[in-house]
Design a protein around this ligand. Structure first.
Ligand SMILES: C[S@@+](CC[C@H](N)C(=O)[O-])C[C@H]1O[C@@H](n2cnc3c(N)ncnc32)[C@H](O)[C@@H]1O
Length: 212
């Protein structure tokens, strides 16, 4: 019943929010048709929130960890400054034919730099001060990514860490391994004096972290 209500409310939110444009709609559709886990994609509401945050911040440099098919990328890039750059890192090269196609169609491909490989090896090599970072790769590595990305974030910059409520499993008495690590990650953040944060209970939970 609760799930039913949640689904209806979610659908209501989609119906009463600015709709996806044609490119995002096509990408969303192709993601659902051609990938095994389309749920990994941010989807219309979270995508709209990412583009809204990006438009509010007007970042010059954005980092995304975990491109998947590029749905979040194409939302985040909308707030990027005209001379800015969005770097998105993806370990699975097989997804690139989808993301690349839509980056090109979107007209933003000259500002999107997709790096294929393991983010744990790539991020330490990036010589940037990012304004906005979307953390959305393997959840078990969040504590590691956090320490890798925080030095690369400018003061006042924002990290958005996705899925930190893990479908509510974070409250289970017998938490699975991922929930245990995400719970540790959320504690790591709230106890870190270098940042302030708030968890938005949106979709699967987003930890919004601002560097002080
Ligand atoms: C949840 S999906 C990303 C969804 C995308 N950000 C969106 O919202 O549309 C997570 C992605 O992270 C990628 N990934 C997992 N481990 C990674 C790693 N070590 N380095 C880079 N990408 C990784 C996965 O292959 C997967 O495509």
């Amino acid at each position: 019943m609760l799930q039913d209500n949640y689904t209806r409310l979610y659908d209501y939110c989609v119906e009463h929010s600015t709709p996806m444009d044609e490119i995002l709609y096509e990408l969303d559709r192709e993601t659902h048709l051609k990938t095994l886990a389309p749920r990994m994609s941010s989807g219309p509401i979270q995508g709209r929130i990412l583009s809204l945050i990006s438009n509010l911040l007007r970042p010059k440099y954005i980092l995304e960890i975990g491109t998947f098919t590029g749905f979040a990328t194409l939302n985040l890039v909308r707030g990027l400054q005209p001379d800015g750059e969005l770097i998105t890192v993806e370990v699975n090269a097989e997804l690139q034919h989808i993301s690349h196609k839509y980056f090109t169609k979107s007209g933003y491909s000259d500002r999107i730099n997709q790096l294929i490989g393991n983010a744990k090896e790539i991020v330490p090599e990036l010589d940037y001060k990012f304004d906005l970072i979307f953390l959305d790769a393997g959840k078990k590595d969040y504590p590691i990514y956090y320490e890798l990305i925080l030095p690369k974030l400018r003061k006042g910059g924002i990290i958005l860490a996705d899925n930190i409520l893990w479908s509510g499993k974070i409250l289970d008495e017998n938490m699975d391994k991922t929930s245990v690590i995400l719970d540790e990650f959320n504690k790591q953040v709230v106890e870190d004096s270098r940042v302030e944060n708030v968890i938005l209970p949106l979709r699967d939970g987003i930890n919004v972290i601002r560097k002080l």
